[in-house]
Design a protein around this ligand. Sequence first.
Ligand SMILES: [Zn+2]
Ligand SMILES: [Zn+2]
Length: 262
Amino acid sequence: MKFCSLYSGSSGNSLFVSNNNTKILIDAGLSGKRIQSALDIIAEDPREINGIMVTHEHSDHIHGVGVLSRRFNLPIYANQKTWDAMIKGLGKIAEENIKIFDFEKPFCIQDLQIKAFKTSHDAADSAGFVISDGKNRLGIATDSGIITPEMRSDLCGCDLVVLESNHDVSMLEAGAYPFYLKQRIKSDFGHLSNETAGDLAQALVEKGTRQLVLAHLSQENNYPLLAYQTTARILSEAGMVLDKDVKLCVAKRNSTSEIINL
Ligand SMILES: [Zn+2]
Ligand SMILES: [Zn+2]
């Protein structure tokens, strides 16, 4: 499998995953034009995309979904409550491109198998995903205020995990956000902090995860080096050696990150 973060952060998210026969996007939270230009940079043709999977209906995850679906006739995969919450905002979607998954039933896009799990977020029915090609497993978990039990168990054993590392708690507390927004981000339905991401990262590496990509960083309450250092410190304190036991990187906000081959 091949993985590339096209964009990641509160200003828009889109991830690309492929194997020899299948290409998918997870979220398309920027304009169609910007997602096309990122695909162009990694030499991928948007006409060859087999589907867009949607984690939840917030605009930093769906902004370009409708446009891309219409332009390239792409199926969109989301659960029923997310469809209900986003359908008006997407514009006209061809009937055959409306695909509904539920948490109980794993599904396939071509020859990639996908299992959705619940995250805890202030959205209709937010999801994370585990994508498998039968050999390797790739887990994606962003936009969650807490680590849900299903998130923990489904991510366990994934070779590569994309994990939210949204904010540094002290930067958030000292920062300029209004009180209600600080409370929202810190709540069980907000976003994962660097420290929480680091703790989960440690547990996942103990169970065999070999690649970690920290994602969905806040622009106001975090910066890439701090997110990296927080998880790196937690892993090192647990006796893990970076680059030997696990590779760690941070997904970029405004551009494509490195391509990871599994
Ligand atoms: Zn969200
Ligand atoms: Zn988001």
